[in-house]
Design a protein around this ligand. Structure first.
Ligand code: ADP
Ligand code: MG
Length: 603
C-alpha cells in the first residue's frame, strides 16, 4: 500500500486506544474534567460494569453551548494555549484528547449549562458521528453519559473483564479521587445501588470514612502539611496496628493528580519498616505538593505517572514525614482491639500520660541513679541499669534525665508484676494491665543497640575461646564477601578458609551472652540467609541487624527474675521504637481498665 495520511476518524480511534483502555479510563477522564471545572459535587453512575453505561454528573462551570462541537474535536482544550509552557500544568487535563477519544468509541450524550449562560445545551456524538447542539433546560453543571463503550472496536471489548472486575477498577479510581479531593462530594452507584459516598466536608478523615469505613478512619494518623516548605506532603497514614495484605490501600497524589509510583510506594513502605510485619501494608493517603514546574505530567498516556525533577528529594520528604508521625504516635496494641470493631480509641497513644511519671514509678529504678553503662552489661547488653539498684523505690523521677522526655512520650510507666509462662512479663500501668513479650522486647533493645554501634563504628566484639570453623551453604561466601565490612563493623570477625568455609574468631558482644560457641554456625547461616533474602541498601542492613539481634536476645521459655524483668522494661522505655520488635511484631499489649470492667461486668 502507498503511504497515506489516515482519516481523522481512524486516527481518533487509534489515539483513543492510548487514552481509553476500559470503563475506568472513561470515568477517570470525565471526573478529571469535572474537577477541572471546579465542581463540588460529582455523581458517577455505572451500568453493567461500565461497558453498558457510564454517567458522570457534576455541578461545575459547565460547557458553553457554542463550544460543544469544539470540545469533541481532537486536541481541543480550554486549559492551555500557545503561550502555556507544558512544564507547569495546574489542571488535571491539558491534552484535549478525552472527549474526542471517548466520542470515537462510544455513544456520548453531553448535557451542560455554563455558569455564564441562561440556558443549557445537549450534544450527542455517536461513535465519531456528531449531531447538532440543541437547547436544554438544565441546572448549572455537566452531565455526560457514555453508552455502548467499544461497540465499534470489538477487539477492545474482548479484552474487558467481567462487569464486576471492570466495576472494581472504576471503584478504585473514583475512591482515589474522593480521597485526594475531600472537599468534593462524590457518589458512586452501580446498577442503581449506591456503593459509596463522601460528604465533601473538606476533612480527609470524613472521606476515608466514606471510602474505607469508620473503623479504618479511626485508626489513621495525621500527616501535617508543612506550609513553609516548597516540597511537602500531607494526608493520613494508618497506625501500625492496622495493616492490609496488599498495596491497594496506598493512594498517592502529586499536586492533586493521582499517580502510581513503585518507587514512592517503596519509600512509604520503608517509612513503615520495623512497624509492620513482613508482607503487610499500610493504609496511606499521601498528597504531595511540589512546585508545578518540578513535575512533568506529560509522560504517560493516561497521565497515571509523572516525572519528578528532584525525585530523591520528593521521596525523602514523604518518607521523613510518615516516619515522623509513626515514631511519635508509637501506640501500644490493645488486647482484643481486633475483635471490638468499631469501638473508639483502639489505639492508645500512651505517650500523652505525662502525669503518671510523677505519681508512680514503683519498682522501676531511677535511671539517673545509675550512670555506669558498662556495669549492667552481663544480662542486658548496654543496660543503663545496675540490677542491684532496681529494688530502690524512687519517687522523684529523673527530671534531670535528658531522656525522660522520650521515655514518657513512648511507653507508660510500668510496674512489673511477674513473669507468665516464662515468655511474657506482666506489668501494671496507668491504664490497665500490660503484657510484654520478653523476646520481642529484648530483640528491639538489642537491635537498636547494634544499630547505634554500627552507626558510631563502636563495635563491641567478643573473641571466641575456640575459633569456629563453619561450612557455608553454596553461594553464601559471595554474600560474606559482599558484606564483609559491614559484618565486621557490628562485631563479626572471620576469615575465609578454603572456598566454602569460614573461621569465626569474633562475634558481636551481645551474641556472646546468648550463644554458646556451637550455636555460632547456625546463627551465621541465619544472618547470611537474611542477607541474601532480598534487595538493597538500608533494608539488608536492617535485616542483618535484626537477625543478629534475634539471636542475641532472651528467648521465650527462659525464666527471668523480677529484677531482670524490670531491667528489660526500663531499657525498652529507652528504645526509640519500643512498641514493635525489629520484625514489626508487637512487643507490648494492653488490657485497659475499661476492658477489664467490661469483661467482669462491673459496669
Ligand atoms: P482536556 O481536559 O484535556 O482539556 P477534554 O477532551 O477532556 O480535554 O475536554 C475538552 C474541553 O471540554 C475541556 O478543556 C473543557 O473546556 C471542556 N469540558 C469537558 N468536560 C467538562 C466539564 N465536566 N465541565 C466543564 N467543561 C468541560
Ligand atoms: Mg480532560
Amino acid at each position: 500500500m502507498p503511504i497515506r495520511v489516515l482519516s481523522d476518524e481512524l486516527a481518533s480511534r487509534i489515539a483513543a486506544g492510548e487514552v481509553i483502555e476500559r470503563p475506568a479510563s472513561v470515568v477517570k477522564e470525565l471526573v478529571e474534567n469535572s474537577l477541572d471545572a471546579k465542581s463540588t459535587r460529582v455523581d458517577v453512575l455505572i451500568g453493567g460494569g461500565g461497558a453498558k453505561s457510564i454517567t458522570v454528573i457534576d455541578n461545575g462551570q459547565g460547557i458553553p453551548a457554542e463550544e460543544f462541537p469544539t470540545a469533541f474535536e481532537r486536541f481541543a482544550t480550554s486549559k492551555i494555549d500557545e503561550s502555556s509552557d507544558l512544564i507547569s500544568i495546574g489542571t488535571l487535563g491539558f491534552r484535549g484528547e478525552a472527549l474526542p477519544s471517548i466520542g470515537s468509541v462510544a455513544r456520548v450524550e453531553a448535557i451542560s449549562k455554563h455558569c455564564g449562560q441562561e440556558i443549557g445545551a445537549r450534544y450527542v456524538v455517536d461513535c465519531g458521528i456528531a449531531g447538532i447542539v440543541e437547547p436544554a433546560a438544565v441546572p448549572q453543571g455537566t452531565r455526560i453519559q457514555v453508552s455502548g463503550l467499544f461497540t465499534n472496536v470489538p477487539v477492545r471489548l474482548k479484552f474487558l473483564g467481567s462487569a464486576n472486575r471492570e466495576f472494581s477498577r472504576v471503584h478504585k479510581i473514583l475512591a482515589s479521587f474522593a480521597l485526594i479531593y475531600p472537599y468534593v462530594a462524590f457518589t458512586l452507584s452501580a446498577d442503581g445501588r449506591e456503593r459509596f459516598h463522601t460528604e465533601g466536608s473538606g476533612n480527609l478523615i470524613d472521606a476515608v470514612s466514606g471510602i474505607y469505613g469508620a473503623n479504618i478512619a479511626e485508626q489513621m494518623l495525621q500527616v501535617e502539611l508543612d506550609d513553609t516548605a516548597t516540597f511537602s506532603v500531607d494526608g493520613l497514614v494508618s497506625s501500625p496496628s492496622l495493616t492490609r495484605s496488599n498495596r491497594t490501600y496506598i493512594t498517592l497524589a502529586v499536586n492533586g493528580r493521582a499517580i502510581q509510583s513503585r518507587r514512592l510506594t517503596y519509600a512509604i513502605e520503608q517509612a513503615y519498616h520495623g512497624f509492620l510485619p513482613a508482607r503487610r501494608f499500610p493504609v496511606v493517603i499521601a498528597r504531595i505538593r511540589t512546585p508545578l514546574d518540578d513535575v512533568d505530567a506529560n509522560v504517560h498516556p493516561a497521565k497515571a505517572q509523572v516525572r519528578f525533577l528532584r525525585e530523591d528529594l520528593v521521596y525523602s520528604v514523604v518518607q521523613r514525614a510518615i516516619r515522623g508521625v509513626l515514631s511519635v504516635s508509637s501506640p501500644v496494641h490493645r488486647l482484643g482491639a481486633s475483635r471490638s470493631a468499631g469501638s473508639k480509641g483502639l489505639l492508645r497513644p500512651v505517650g500523652k500520660q505525662a502525669d503518671f511519671i510523677e505519681v508512680d514509678r514503683l519498682g522501676i529504678p531511677d535511671s539517673t541513679a545509675t550512670s555506669n553503662t558498662q556495669a549492667g552489661y552481663s544480662m542486658w547488653p548496654g543496660s543503663i541499669v545496675q540490677r542491684e539498684s532496681s529494688s530502690q523505690h524512687s519517687t522523684a523521677v529523673s527530671k534531670q534525665n535528658p531522656d525522660s522526655s522520650t521515655i514518657k512520650d513512648t511507653l507508660p510507666i510500668l510496674r512489673v508484676v511477674g513473669q507468665v509462662h516464662q515468655t511474657y512479663i506482666a506489668a501494671e500501668g496507668p491504664n490497665g494491665v500490660y503484657l510484654i513479650d520478653q523476646h520481642a522486647a529484648h530483640e528491639r533493645i538489642t537491635f537498636e543497640e547494634l544499630k547505634r554501634w554500627f552507626n558510631n563504628n563502636s563495635t563491641e566484639s567478643q573473641p571466641l575461646l575456640e575459633p569456629n570453623l563453619i561450612d557455608l551453604a553454596p553461594g553464601a561466601m559471595t554474600t560474606v564477601q559482599e558484606h564483609f565490612d559491614e559484618l565486621n563493623r557490628i562485631g563479626w570477625g572471620f576469615e575465609e578458609f578454603g572456598g566454602n568455609s569460614l573461621i569465626v574468631r569474633n562475634i558481636p558482644a551481645p551474641l556472646a551472652v546468648r550463644a554458646g560457641s556451637d550455636g555460632i554456625g547456625q546463627i551465621i547461616m541465619n544472618v547470611l540467609d537474611s542477607l541474601s533474602a532480598g534487595g538493597d541498601g538500608e533494608s539488608w542492613l536492617e535485616r542483618m541487624l535484626a537477625s543478629t539481634a534475634c539471636h542475641s536476645s532472651v528467648r521465650a521459655g527462659q525464666t527471668l527474675s523480677i529484677d531482670e524483668c524490670k531491667g528489660l522494661i526500663l531499657q525498652l522505655e529507652g528504645a526509640s521504637q519500643p512498641d514493635t520488635c525489629p520484625h514489626g511484631r508487637p512487643t507490648i499489649v494492653q488490657l485497659t481498665i475499661n476492658d477489664l470492667e467490661r469483661e467482669f461486668k462491673r459496669r
